[in-house]
Design a protein around this ligand. Structure first.
Ligand SMILES: [Zn+2]
Length: 156
């Protein structure tokens, strides 16, 4: 228990971010929406898991939230009486939106990466090369046949 909270404090100072435990740990803003009172430890666990996954998927604001909560365990949060806006929690742990984040991430990995771009240009280069070789071959044939035809007369 004490080790966990020490770890949390350490990472908080390390990232230069302090958590105001009295405010929603997700947005750290006081909105008109009331925060959830005394969340269950299961909720802490679920939230931490979701945040971890979403931040690894580079999912927008959750990256920052995860950074802020880095090193915090569900016990730390329980001890600190961490709380949040219900709507944000529901969004963060929403399976559909997590799946969307996964899809987005995979899409970004497969299209945004250099590797696939290189594949395209390689393919283009290969086709160009083939066309070039074909052309070269063709013109060589042409030259040869021209030579054969005109050779006798032009070479003295
Ligand atoms: Zn909030």
């Amino acid at each position: 228990m004490s080790e966990d909270s020490a770890c949390c404090k350490l990472s908080v100072t390390k990232t230069n971010e302090s958590i105001d435990w009295n405010q929603c740990i997700l947005c750290q803003e006081s909105k008109r929406e009331t925060v959830v009172q005394n969340p269950k430890i299961d909720s802490y666990e679920k939230l931490l898991e979701s945040l971890l996954e979403r931040s690894s998927l580079q999912d927008g604001e959750y990256v920052a939230v995860q950074t802020r909560l880095q090193g915090c365990s569900k016990e730390t949060m329980l001890e600190a009486k961490a709380t949040w806006h219900r709507s944000f929690y529901l969004n963060a742990t929403n399976q559909v939106s997590i799946q969307r984040a996964r899809d987005r991430f995979q899409h970004a990995m497969s299209t945004g990466k250099y590797a696939s771009k290189n594949e395209d240009t390689n393919e283009q280069a290969r086709k160009r090369m083939q066309a070039h070789q074909l052309h070269q071959c063709h013109s060589l044939d042409l030259q040869q046949s021209l030579c054969q035809k005109t050779g006798a007369s032009s070479v003295r």
